[in-house]
Design a binder for this molecule. Structure first.
Ligand SMILES: Cc1cc2nc3c(=O)[nH]c(=O)nc-3n(C[C@H](O)[C@H](O)[C@H](O)COP(=O)(O)OP(=O)(O)OC[C@H]3O[C@@H](n4cnc5c(N)ncnc54)[C@H](O)[C@@H]3O)c2cc1C
Length: 282
């Protein structure tokens, strides 16, 4: 029978990991348990579930950052006033993730560690310049999320390490926070293409700063400083956005899969930029 351990503290976790170094770690299980074939369930390595690790279930504010513990669920994030007020681009993405049931079980740590190009929290976390905190018995290390995720399903997580949290800088200077996802349905659908955007508009309507990130159109989230800079000094108009939309279509590297063709994804990734014309200023 596969053993399942449920540590309540980090000290308990390290003890379980010492005894079961090959154990698979999970939190909500909405990715890992779904992928485990039922017929192998009894021969799988031991499982360590982080769900009850209260010390990693938190949302805290410092002067310039917001820190989110890795076992915080999507539903908890969506209920939290700090996330709603300070990180609307993340809140918008969370609203599109799965269903109420999935948001109650699934966690931000699980979404990051799954490292799917379609992971809904990833484009917002990239433009919020998130840093992940990795914890082992002996050390804590911090990595920018774009270095932590190295490919589809691939991360820099090492044996004996867990993701303990993620920190983002408050994006105080931006007055447009926008996330949009195109899927095969309006809910319970993985992204065919998605875009997270932060823009700062001057009182006269000129774009002073821009950060864009695209999901599901490359092996990892796609960002490009040249694309962001091409918007600066422009009005938020169809003409200026159409030129950048074309550059986005040339930049992305989508694949054909069961959900959409690469060509469709390429077209949609540019079209998502045009949706900024309808974005509300905060
Ligand atoms: C029906 C359904 C619909 C879904 N819809 C969406 C969707 O719309 N958008 C979307 O982005 N995702 C979706 N998902 C995927 C999933 O729900 C999310 O990725 C969720 O955030 C995963 O979190 P979790 O805690 O359940 O991860 P788990 O399944 O517990 O873990 C996922 C991976 O991360 C690792 N892991 C988890 N926590 C840690 C940690 N703290 N430290 C180290 N490693 C860790 C595990 O080893 C595993 O490899 C869906 C899943 C299902 C079943």
């Amino acid at each position: 029978m596969t053993q399942v351990y449920l540590p309540r503290t980090l000290t308990e976790l390290w003890t379980y990991l010492d005894g079961e170094p090959e154990a698979l770690i999970y939190t909500g299980g909405t990715d890992l348990l779904v992928k485990m074939p039922a017929e192998n369930a009894n021969t799988a390595p031991a499982l360590i579930c982080l769900e009850r690790l209260g010390e990693l279930r938190c949302i805290r504010e410092t002067a310039d950052s917001i820190l989110i513990g890795s076992t915080t669920t999507h539903a908890e994030l969506l209920r939290h006033p700090l996330i709603l007020a300070q990180l609307p681009v993340l809140a918008q993405a969370l609203q599109t993730l799965g269903s109420p049931l999935i948001r109650n079980m699934g966690t931000i740590g699980g979404n990051i560690c799954t490292a799917s190009p379609a992971g809904d929290t990833l484009p917002p976390l990239y433009i919020l310049e998130a840093e992940v905190e990795l914890h082992s018995r002996k050390a804590v290390r911090i990595l920018p999320i774009r270095e932590f995720i190295s490919g589809p399903g691939k991360t820099q997580l090492q044996k004996g390490e867990i993701l303990s949290g993620v920190a983002v800088k408050k994006p105080a200077d931006y007055n447009i926070h926008h996330f949009e996802k195109v899927g095969q349905r309006k809910s319970m659908a993985c992204a065919v293409a998605s875009m997270a955007a932060l823009l700062r508009l001057s009182p006269s309507g000129l774009i002073e700063a821009a950060r864009l990130a695209l999901g599901s159109v490359g092996p990892t989230v796609v960002t490009a400083t040249a694309i962001d800079e091409s918007l600066i000094g422009k009005k938020l108009s169809l003409t200026s956005l159409a030129a950048t939309a074309e550059r986005i279509r040339q930049l992305v590297a989508p694949i054909d899969d069961v959900r959409a063709s690469a060509d469709y994804r390429r077209t949609v990734s540019g079209n998502l930029l045009l949706r900024l014309l309808d974005a509300r200023t905060q």
